[in-house]
Design a protein around this ligand. Structure first.
Ligand code: SF4
Length: 395
């Protein structure tokens, strides 16, 4: 296939008529990245989104983050959250402290806790099993998406068992899914530069596939702006797409969604080390983020949901993303500590704000849980009456 116009024409034909499926190749995607104008990418991605989600609903989730420990031995350069073992600011929360955070979420009608921490060098398997079993017992209505693949690897190392066994025991204790964190760029050349002690791309994907084989909920994430090439960005998406094909065929269970965002550079050693350095350009602005998101919608034909990232891009850019490929705006994210430690714009929004952003884009807000099951959506009546005479707002 040559030329961005021809690629997008075939893609749009598929969006209009489902019988003419056109899967974009890696070369096509690189061509789109290098050559297609943003308006054309966004138009095609928006049409693809409408073809996949014809109700024009945009989903959101009421949840909270719990970062049970900030002790970590991996030392990723872009991370401002972790503290090494023994550091005066390091912490590990008790079950009661964590449970109190669940109670706060229940009070606002939340349905999911995303719990992740650092890679702790000492906590044994039994600590995690006891934590999850207690939380499930005390808060049975909350879905538990806990421990990203690097933490699963860490628990396996400390305990001396396989990652599959760790996942199996966590599922028995009450875990419902894994957070998609730690994927960053699933290209080892990039990982070696920014987080050399973190496991390789293949290990991240293997653990996600193990989780999928057990029926756990998973999502795929992608951080851009490390100085990687467009080819490497597409290689990341291609790894996700290939794995997704395999997981759906074997277990009828793959990634629910794909979420990308730019690396945050304000308060971490990666930003300090490379700012002003001529070797690479770091970070990603709004237009490049929207380009990446639109291409992800077009390329990942087997991933149902593309999520806009308001915590890193702000609500305005996230709203623009809803008309350029995204069908989900993520969650209220009460108490996000990991990405925000590196300088994100916002760290928390209310349900009403998310609803308003969706409605103002001309779309319909729809509450979901972490499995993307649709829930009864709180009425947007007050939001709409506010829209009749909107006050000036600072997003
Ligand atoms: S990103 Fe995760 S694994 Fe890396 S240093 Fe931070 S807490 Fe540790």
């Amino acid at each position: 296939m040559t030329g961005w116009k021809a690629i997008l024409t075939l893609q749009e034909q598929w969006s209009r008529d489902h019988s003419h499926r056109y899967r974009i190749s890696v070369d096509d995607a690189v061509t789109l990245y290098d050559e297609a104008p943003l308006w054309a990418l966004r138009r095609s991605a928006n049409r693809r989104r409408k073809a996949m989600h014809p109700t024009n609903e945009v989903t959101y989730l009421i949840d909270r983050n719990v970062n049970y420990t900030n002790v970590c031995t991996i030392n990723c350069q872009f991370c401002s959250f972790y503290r090494p073992p023994g550091h005066s600011e390091s912490y590990t929360q008790s079950i009661d402290e964590i449970s109190a955070r669940f109670t706060e979420l229940e009070a606002i009608g939340g349905s999911r806790v995303l719990m992740q921490g650092g890679v702790h060098p000492e906590l044994p398997m039994e600590w995690y099993e006891n934590l999850i079993a207690q939380l499930k017992h005390r808060h049975p209505s909350i879905l538990l998406d806990c421990f990203s693949p690097i933490e699963i690897d860490g628990i396996a190392d400390v305990t001396g068992i396989s990652t599959l066994e760790v996942l199996t025991r966590l599922k028995q204790a009450g875990v419902d899914g894994l957070p998609g964190g730690g994927a960053e760029m699933l290209v080892d050349e990039v990982r070696n530069d920014v987080s050399p002690k973190k496991h390789r791309a293949g290990a991240w994907m293997r653990i996600m596939q193990e989780a999928q084989s057990l029926g756990l909920t998973t999502s795929a994430t992608n951080v851009i702006g490390f100085g990687e090439t467009n080819e490497q960005r597409i290689a990341h998406m291609d790894f996700v797409r290939g794995s997704q094909d395999e997981s759906i065929e074997k277990w009828d269970n793959g990634f629910t969604s794909f979420i990308s965002w730019p690396v945050q550079l304000e308060v971490n050693s990666f930003g300090r080390r490379n700012h002003g350095h001529n070797r690479i350009e770091l970070g990603v602005g709004a237009s490049e983020y929207l380009r990446h998101l639109a291409i992800s919608r077009l390329f990942l034909d087997n991933v149902e949901h593309i999520q806009a990232s308001w915590p890193t891009m702000g609500l305005e850019v996230a709203q623009i993303a809803l008309l350029g490929g995204a069908d989900d705006i993520g969650s209220t994210m009460m108490e996000e500590n990991v990405v925000s430690a590196s300088g994100t714009t916002r760290v928390e929004v209310s349900t009403e704000e998310l609803q308003m952003v969706i409605i103002r884009a001309g779309l319909k807000p729809r509450l979901r849980n972490s499995k993307y099951a649709l829930l009864e959506t709180p009425p947007a009546g007050e939001v709409l009456s506010e829209l009749a005479c909107p006050p000036p707002r600072q997003y």
